[in-house]
Design a protein around this ligand. Structure first.
Ligand code: PEP
Ligand code: MN
Length: 341
């Protein structure tokens, strides 16, 4: 339910509403500022909210239902205005296009620094996995904590904020210490314990869509993070499982305009994992810009033939400047400027 406060409602009247909702023990209240009036979202037990008779309180304009199954992520909550985040000096929102670029995996200090320096002039953020979720338990799972130190050095040298994945509750503090953005990978989109921890780390979260998850499930997963306090959740469409096996996954570009209608959260696209083949990545990235994505996250390697993970889909560092220029030109056609520092 949404408790719409009257435009002249006092802070004390808003506090009263929040206190009554909290006292139910079954409702999660969240104050939502708006252009003309403040709302209090009451998430959870709708019957308990109805039982409070809040519409009779001074300062309350009306009590209206939140109709969608996802709540904090819903555009109903933001009065249909898109959220704009400033993440370590990078703007993520409807006027900008952010290119997050870097290797799939931090394999060595030298490799990571070479790639970071190559992408820095055109990218908005640096990606790189320290802890990798691998389909086979026998595959390389990343360098772990030493990789976090390498990413911190790469940030120091290039000024690029760092996006890196959290795969395990036990690494949460170590990852949060270095990451400017905490990535939750596709395989963990419904790892609810991990989502709740990620929401408590005080860092923005990049939440990737699960391999076989619906968009409603993605938004409810975002609710798990948002309810813990983090306001900054960026969604990522990275391709889904379909009957088609020619591409690694099927990039669901229709997801982007649908998400723009139904959530206030920014949405980026991962053309690398969707394609599985570097020759397809630029076309998908241009498509992402054209359908209104707020950015892309793309894999880049200086020697993809030697990569320990996802070699075939990683762009070559030497091709990256032209790639980024092309994609940003497409983003400019839909009114977006580069989200660089
Ligand atoms: C990644 O971005 O490193 C990754 C593993 O992607 P996904 O979770 O989308 O498979
Ligand atoms: Mn990868």
């Amino acid at each position: 339910m949404m408790i719409m406060m009257a435009p002249e409602a006092s802070p004390e009247q808003i506090r009263q509403v929040v206190a009554r909702l909290e006292a139910t023990g079954t409702v999660h209240p969240k104050v939502v500022p708006g252009a003309s009036q403040i709302a209090v979202a009451a998430i959870g037990d709708a019957a308990a909210v109805r039982g409070l008779g809040l519409q009779a309180l001074d300062g309350v304009d009306q009590v209206v239902p939140l109709s969608r199954p996802y709540k904090l992520a819903s555009s109903e909550l933001s009065h249909h205005a898109p959220s704009v985040f400033d993440i370590a000096g990078r703007r993520i929102g409807p006027d900008t296009f952010c290119i997050v670029a870097g290797p799939c995996t931090v394999e060595s200090r030298e490799q990571t620094l070479r790639v970071a320096e190559a992408v820095a002039p055109h990218a908005g953020m640096l990606r790189g996995g320290a802890f990798k979720p691998r389909t086979s338990p026998f595959s390389f799972k990343g360098l772990g904590r030493p990789a976090l130190e390498i990413l911190a050095e790469a940030r120091e040298r290039t000024g690029l904020p760092v996006v890196t994945e959290l795969t395990d509750l036990q690494q949460a503090d170590a990852v949060a210490e270095v990451a400017d953005v905490i990535q939750i990978g596709a395989r963990n989109m419904q790892n609810y314990a991990l989502l709740e921890v990620a929401g408590k780390l005080g860092r923005p979260v990049l939440l990737k869509r699960g391999l076989s998850s619906t968009l409603e499930e993605l938004l409810m997963a975002a609710d798990y993070v948002l309810k813990e306090g983090t306001d900054e959740v960026v969604l990522c469409e990275r391709g889904i499982r379909t009957f088609e096996t020619a591409t690694r996954f099927t990039l669901d570009l229709g997801a982007i305009p649908w998400l723009k209608l139904h959530t206030h959260l920014p949405v980026i696209v991962d053309p690398s994992h969707a394609a599985g083949d570097r020759r397809l990545v630029e076309a998908l990235a241009r498509g992402a810009a054209a359908v209104g994505a707020d950015g892309i996250i793309v894999e880049v390697h200086d020697e993809p033939e030697q990569a320990m993970c996802d070699g075939p889909q990683q762009l070559r560092t030497r091709d990256f400047p032209r790639f980024a220029t092309e994609v940003l030109a497409h983003a400019a056609l839909v009114g977006r400027r580069p989200s660089t520092g």
